[in-house]
Design a protein around this ligand. Sequence first.
Ligand code: SAH
Length: 348
Amino acid sequence: MKPFIYDYTLEDLQAWMKENDEPTFRAGQLFEWLYVKRVNNFEDMSNLSKALRQKLVDQFQFVTLTEITRFESKDGTIKFLFGLHDNHAIETVIMRHNYGNSICVTTQVGCRIGCTFCASTLGGLKRNLTGGEIIAQVVVAQQMLDATNERVSSIVIMGSGEPFENYDETMKFLRMMIHEKGLNIGQRHITVSTSGIVPSMYKFAEENTQINLAISIHAPNDKLRSKLMPVNRRFPFEDVMEACHNYIAKTGRRITFEYALIGGVNDQSEHAQELADVLKGMLCHVNLIPVNHVPERDYVRTPREQIFEFHRILERNKISVTIRREQGHDIAAACGQLRAKHMESTVG
Ligand code: SAH
């Protein structure tokens, strides 16, 4: 199989040009065609010689992202189910806010983390995506927004998969997204979310970027977290917190904790108090997410009043906290839900 052109960084393209006896500035032209003009084939790259275009056609391919289905929510959220070259399917979401457009990308086909409330993990992990396959999701979204002169203004790595178990490809993706000669997306407008893969958290603290880090914490202690997230047995609660402290100390940046409120499981007032005690004095923010219903799981949502109570307890303890505004609820936009349905319909 020919390599994906999106898997090549600007430096890689320069090296390739050199090897092929082309001046290195051609790499810059190619990069511009890919990420600024955003064409989908080499033939259209009119300032490259015919011979060079042919060579590119012979040696590289574009990422296949075939639109299988698209769901549009009343609130403007669009969820895509894309088919890959090997017939796997992945989900990508565009969320429209009044302050801009946010893209939620997937980093793996399936997931092996096994969180008990999540749909992405239902069929296990199939394979990692390459950096280029993650990039393609943003390029396709941007191409769609080009029609109305809009931009992808922020990215969240909160689709299916565990980005920190596909670390190098995720970092390649991130570096390409923030490249000033490419899509040039503001670092502070990008968030990578992890279930707490501790060694990768230490690595990420050394990356010298302004990209935001979010941790899916979902419980205030080790015991409950292990029940909800089997990964906690591999990387216990205390180790995750220590890695968070290290990240804050190394980067001076605030960390975000995601906490999905599950009715009667982790949403009681004493859980809120315990969480507040753990996070006291830490440079952090808590994002409360009313759990999305996954048909295969029998969790229920926290009543509205208790969500507010949980929020109040954290606030009273001077923890910065918000309740996540929901989008796309009517189109099953939560992680992995669409793909799970698709697998059901193709398998069954
Ligand atoms: N694997 C990474 C990133 C993808 S998930 C991680 O775990 O952080 C993005 C977020 O959605 C995570 O916080 C995840 O725990 C949460 N999530 C998964 N299923 C959910 C559900 N049914 N309801 C609410 N949030 C969910």
